[in-house]
Every structure is written in structure tokens, then in C-alpha cells.
Write a protein that binds this ligand. Structure first.
Ligand SMILES: O=C1O[C@H]([C@@H](O)CO)C(O)=C1O
Length: 474
């Protein structure tokens, strides 16, 4: 299990201690975070770096290893946000006030209604993040995004970055000026400090894919020995927020490094097409997959399966497809109403499953959004991206079955589709959901089960909720 509240365990209650044990079986860069309510958004997260065993070497070289977590930051509490999201009329969370680089950011003090206590603060914790580099040296920078909403473009002014790792897998290296990064993803890039060392350069993280008024997150790429400490002048402009083609082009360039990955099975046993729509359920604004909006049950699935409490959730599985024939992904749906369920996609153990994420118009005209989808418990191969409506006959012919990258988070762009493949070889119950905090809360997720009969006895310490609460002894 992976500690997902409502899926594999009950929440850890205030004052409780819970110990997770896991086997560290693969080098790379990973993220961890709370999965209860919207706690991740308020900072309960971090990065895990797994080094190679002694004697082994990475397939690239660098002098120093650094890491940066990107996040976004709201002034309103998540409790207030949750009230808005679950109310009629609907109250959207809006754009964040800041983008944070390693926990540091700034905000526009002139925004009406903003909490101004910190405006123009000069205390050390308000100083931007600064990465001091030695001229001529190469840095591996591990970048992870844990934003609650924002897709970002990350760049270091004037310096190319070579992408070498994605979600813990080695990438066939390629150079970029700016790295598009979605919530839940990690990348490693190599950067050589080979520019004029007498000045500093911006590190910038700018919102893309939403027409956001959030100021870019800014840090400083600082050449050591630069006594001037002059901040750089104008931050880089970055790519246009609505240039989805540039984002797809970069995602499509991420391929597995030869010799370090294995290719996917050439055929799938099952194909699940998942239409992503914004809907109404009983007057509430929600997100739905194939017209089913997801709710977490009171009793976590893993506990319900193992304790034979199947009444804990809907035993009808959600549909494997939607009625694509009459569905126009480019328009507001004629009927925006969806149903709610906590049903499960039960997968045959060790089978190969394809998921095609199909994006569509929201309930607002001429609007479709980017969604970063994250799969628990597995890595998947990214088979391909395409615009418009997925064509079941023609599009699979274009899949990359030779060197697709394996990842655990992938974006689906506006009015587009993304296809992925995974092996259902990890016994248990696993969430697959949009990594935008508010969207998962609004029902944008599904649950997979495979081989749950192979899971051993569960510790009673995870059972303090739902149908097992009454017999729970802390
Ligand atoms: O879920 C969302 O709701 C708003 C908007 O569509 C309705 O206010 C928005 O931008 C989302 O991503």
C-alpha cells in the first residue's frame, strides 16, 4: 500500500504516529505528500532522492547535485476553499497568489483584499531562493512540482538545460530553454554554469496552460565570487500560456534512454477510454470520468476487500468507455449532469491495461483545461499524445512501442488525448487521479484493483475509520 487515505488506509489522526516501511529498490527522484483532504496544498510534502548503490554510475555526469521543489501558494485556507468547492453556487479556488521556488515566493501587494502583513518584508525568510554555482561546473538540478493547480514553465535565464531523468527513469537526453512541468512530476536537468560570471541570472517558474495573473516564481542563479550581488534585471518572458502545441512537443520528446528501460508489451488486454468532463451533480460543480464523478468511501477500499466489507462501496464498476459517437469534445456538453460513484475498475492480475485520457470542453464555452494525471502503485509507458478526439482504429498505429518513457504522472492537454499502458502487476488498490488538488476533491479520479487476494493481513492501526471504526483499538 502507499498510504492513500480512503484508498489503502484510514487517516493518521492528530497525535498518532504511523510508520511506513518501504523497499528502496530504484534510484531516482521522487515526491511524497499527504493525501488527506487538501493538505498537500498547504505544504505537507517533500522530495526523496535515491542514490545508486556504491560502484554504480549514472549514465551522465555532473559535479553537484541540487534540488528544487516548485509549488503554488494561496492566502485563503484550504478549509475555506473546500467550502467554496462544495457550495451552491460554486466557489472556485482561483489562481494562487504566488509560485514558490523551494518554498519561497512573493505576491502582488496591490491585490485587493490581500493579507498585507508580509508586504515588503525584509526578514531573511522572505529572501528569494538562490542557487550559488561555480563557473564552469555542471549541476544536476532535480526539479519536482507539487503545485495544487498550476502547470509551470521553469527556466534559468540564458542557460540551456539537458533533461536526463523523468519520474525516476532515465531520459534520452535533450536540451530545452524552458522545462514544462506538471504537478506530480519530477525531472533532472543538467546545467553548466558557463555564462558571464560577473552577473546573476533569474531562475523563473511561470504559470502556463491557464490565463493566470499569478506573478512568476523567481529565484537567483548566482555565480559564486560575484561580489556585486546585483540582481538580474528583467525576468525572462517565457512561453505563451496558451501554446499547448509547444507543451505537447516537449512531452513527446521525452523518450526512454536505451539500455536502461524495457519496452512495453506490444498489445493491451484491456483498453479503458476515460472522457474527462466538468459536470453538475445535484447542482454541484464536479469533474467526471465517463460521466461518473468520484467520491472516496468512508471505509478505505483495501480494508473493505480484506475484511470482506464489500457493502462499503458501490460494487458496479465505472464504464470502460463513453458514447463517443454523438459526443462533441469541442462544445459545452448538452447535458452536463453526471452521476456519482465510488465503484472500482477491477483489473486482471498481471494483465496489460491501456488508458486513453480524452479531454473535452468544460462547462464554459471555448474552454478546456490541462490535467496532470497521476497513477499510484505503478509506472506506465506513455504511448502517445494527440489532439482532437481519439480514433480507436487509427491512433494506436501511431503509438510509440519502441522507446516510450515510463512515468507516473502525465498531462492531458486541452481538447486532446494522452494514451498510456501499464501492467497490473502490483497487488492492491490504487488511485489514478488528476493531481490538481481541487479537481481530485471535485471527483476527478478513479480506483484500480488488481490481485488484492495476494495482499497479506493488514495492520489494525490503519482501521480507525468507516466500518472498522467500532472494533478499532488504538
Ligand atoms: O474546476 C474548475 O472550475 C473553474 C471554472 O471552470 C468554473 O468556475 C476552473 O477554472 C476549474 O479548473
Amino acid at each position: 500500500m502507499d498510504g492513500t487515505e480512503g484508498v489503502t488506509q484510514c487517516p493518521i489522526l492528530p497525535g498518532q504516529t504511523f510508520v511506513y516501511k518501504f523497499v528502496v529498490d530504484r534510484p531516482g527522484t521522487y515526491l511524497y505528500h499527504a493525501h488527506y483532504g487538501m493538505q498537500r496544498e498547504v505544504g505537507l510534502y517533500g522530495m526523496i532522492q535515491v542514490s545508486l548503490p556504491p560502484g554504480k554510475r549514472e549514465p551522465f555526469s555532473y559535479d553537484f547535485d541540487r534540488s528544487i521543489i516548485l509549488a503554488d501558494w494561496y492566502h485563503r485556507s484550504t478549509y475555506e476553499q473546500v467550502v467554496g468547492l462544495s457550495s451552491i453556487p460554486f466557489g472556485w479556488v482561483g489562481e494562487p497568489q504566488s509560485i514558490l521556488i523551494q518554498g519561497r515566493g512573493k505576491f502582488d501587494c496591490s491585490t485587493p483584499g490581500i493579507e498585507t502583513g508580509l508586504c515588503n518584508a525584509t526578514s531573511p525568510e522572505c529572501v528569494p531562493y538562490s542557487l550559488t554555482v561555480v563557473a564552469g561546473k555542471t549541476y544536476r538540478i532535480r526539479i519536482g512540482s507539487l503545485t495544487s493547480l498550476s502547470a509551470l514553465s521553469f527556466e534559468i535565464e540564458g542557460h540551456d538545460m539537458t533533461v536526463v531523468e523523468a519520474d525516476g527513469h532515465y531520459v534520452d537526453p535533450f536540451a530545452v530553454k524552458n522545462l514544462f512541468i506538471y504537478s506530480g512530476e519530477t525531472y533532472s536537468v543538467l546545467v553548466t554554469a558557463d555564462k558571464d560570471p560577473s552577473r546573476s541570472y533569474w531562475i523563473a517558474a511561470k504559470v502556463v496552460s491557464r490565463n493566470s495573473d499569478t506573478p512568476p516564481g523567481l529565484g537567483i542563479f548566482h555565480y559564486g565570487g560575484n561580489r556585486g550581488h546585483e540582481p538580474p534585471t528583467d525576468p525572462p518572458v517565457g512561453p505563451r500560456w496558451d501554446d499547448a502545441a509547444a507543451r505537447v512537443a516537449q512531452s513527446s520528446t521525452v523518450k526512454a534512454l536505451k539500455g536502461y528501460n524495457y519496452p512495453p508489451p506490444q498489445k493491451a488486454d484491456r483498453v479503458i477510454v476515460m472522457l474527462n468532463t466538468q459536470n453538475r451533480v445535484n447542482g454541484h460543480v464536479r469533474w467526471a470520468i465517463n460521466n461518473v464523478s468520484f467520491n472516496l468511501p468512508q471505509t478505505p477500499y483495501l480494508i473493505a476487500y480484506k475484511a470482506n466489507l464489500l457493502q462499503a462501496f458501490d460494487q458496479n464498476p465505472p464504464p470502460d468507455d463513453y458514447d463517443s459517437e454523438g459526443f462533441d469534445i469541442f462544445s459545452v456538453a448538452k447535458n452536463a449532469n453526471a452521476t456519482e460513484s465510488d465503484g472500482v475498475y477491477r483489473l486482471k492480475f498481471n494483465s496489460t491495461v491501456d488508458v486513453v485520457l480524452q479531454n473535452a470542453n468544460t462547462m464554459n464555452p471555448n474552454n478546456s483545461e490541462t490535467h496532470p494525471w497521476h497513477l499510484h502503485g505503478h509506472d506506465f509507458w506513455v504511448l502517445g499524445y494527440g489532439s482532437d478526439k481519439f480514433d480507436k482504429e487509427k491512433d494506436p498505429e501511431k503509438y510509440n512501442l519502441v522507446n516510450p518513457i515510463m512515468k507516473n504522472t502525465v498531462a492531458v492537454q486541452p481538447y486532446s488525448w494522452t494514451a498510456l499502458r501499464f501492467r497490473a502487476d502490483n497487488p492492491g488498490v490504487w488511485a489514478f487521479h488528476c493531481h490538481i488538488e481541487a479537481h481530485f476533491f471535485m471527483g476527478m479520479g478513479v480506483i484500480f484493483e488488481e490481485g488484492v487476494d495476494r495482499v497479506g493481513n493488514l495492520p489494525s492501526s490503519i482501521m480507525g475509520c468507516g466500518l472498522t471504526k467500532a472494533s478499532y483499538k488504538p
